[in-house]
Design a protein around this ligand. Structure first.
Ligand code: NDP
Length: 335
């Protein structure tokens, strides 16, 4: 690890007009810029702010991440009666702000990690940073049906661990044939009266062990070769789904109260392609047991580097790790 002291102030900074950049804050080199504003980013903000690093968070135009589309969160410790996703984000944000975090509600266009300090392009501005914590999260993939949006959090979910307990003794469906779908279907059998796994082909993509567990579970019925045409519902909630057998073309209706989409997640790492080492699914690779990436001074936390746990509390946990890793790294650089 290099021990070059990073400059607090830039003496000069060439503005490259061909980048379309018109405003550079020449005097400010941020200690740490946090990109992304879900529980990982906001926890990193609380910790780095309390460490007097005055973090700048670029929270994105759709700030808050996946919790913003989650109604009830019952498994985040500290809320004995549960909390809504947006309320949880709101209190975390206020907490980060109280200790001096500054926010920019825009998207990052590009990060140049080939220079020190790093350059972070946001519209026509460029921000300079000694270190960066990436917490851009992952997005669930959706089928793209209008009814999916309409019934979001009213029966439609992409997280059985988060929402499964709301579906006690009612029939639910899981869409997908990968390991996530298998895991979610088996988990949901703890609550639901019946779990249908609706898969578009005649065999699963999932690992054999997970597929076998699903096929042997007496509460699960697999509906093969089938697509979903529409999610059905009333004014309040999901009541079923209209299915289409993709081999015969026959349509049918299935009564359901829960509709779990488990067709994969997409990590939000487009900004980092060719910059950071990503795994085969596009998640940022971190050094085991830490939040270090392959670029020194750039840390990653939350769902952008975790496709296994994907919980608000684990994201917050790795956000804390990133803040501590970052603080220690800055100290090692003499900053
Ligand atoms: P996958 O990409 O593995 O599977 C997605 C599934 O959804 C596939 O069966 C696919 O169908 C189906 N699908 C995709 N798009 C659509 C669509 N538009 N309409 C209908 N069906 C669709 O994603 P997972 O999230 O399941 O897994 C991601 C990675 O994480 C994998 O490597 C997996 O092994 C791993 N994982 C491991 C776990 C564990 O070991 N405990 C748990 C969960 C995930 P098709 O098969 O026809 O392409």
């Amino acid at each position: 690890m290099s021990c070059t002291r990073l400059p607090d102030k830039l003496i000069s900074f060439e503005v490259n007009m061909s980048d379309g950049v018109s405003s550079v804050n020449e005097n400010a080199v941020e200690n740490v810029v946090i990109v992304g504003s879900g529980p990982a980013g906001l926890t990193a903000a609380v910790y780095t702010a309390r460490a007097n690093l005055r973090p700048l968070m670029i929270e994105g135009e759709e700030a808050g991440g996946q919790l913003m589309i989650t109604t009830d969160v019952e498994n985040y410790p500290g809320f004995d009666h549960g909390v809504t996703g947006p309320d949880l984000i709101s209190v975390m944000r206020k907490q980060a702000e109280r200790f001096g975090t500054r926010f920019i509600t825009r998207n990052v266009d590009r990060i140049d990690t080939t220079v020190r300090p790093f350059k972070i392009y946001v519209g026509k501005e460029v921000h300079l940073a000694k270190s960066v914590i990436v917490t851009t999260g992952a997005s669930a993939k959706w089928l793209g049906l209008p009814s999916e949006k309409k019934y979001m959090s009213r029966g439609v979910s992409a997280c059985a661990t988060c929402d499964g307990a709301f579906f006690k003794n009612v029939p639910v469906a899981v869409i997908g044939g990968g390991d996530t779908a298998m895991e979610e279907a088996n988990f949901l059998t703890r609550f639901a009266s019946k779990v249908y796994v609706i898969h578009r082909r005649d065999h699963f993509r999932a690992s054999k062990i997970m597929a076998d567990r699903t096929l042997k579970n007496p509460k699960i019925e697999v509906v093969w070769d089938t697509g979903v045409e529409e999610i059905l519902g009333n004014d309040k909630q999901v009541t079923g789904a209209r299915l289409k057998n993709l081999k015969t073309g026959a349509t049918s209706e299935l009564a359901l109260e829960g509709f779990f989409v488990a067709i994969g997640h997409k990590p939000n790492t487009d900004l980092f392609k060719g910059v950071l080492t990503l795994d085969e699914n596009g998640y940022i690779k971190t050094k085991p047991g830490s939040t270090y990436t392959n670029v020194e001074g750039l840390f990653a936390a939350g769902d952008v580097q975790d496709h296994v746990y994907r919980q608000a509390v684990t994201a917050a946990g790795t956000g804390c790790m990133a803040a501590i890793d970052c603080e220690r790294w800055l100290e090692s650089q003499g900053s």
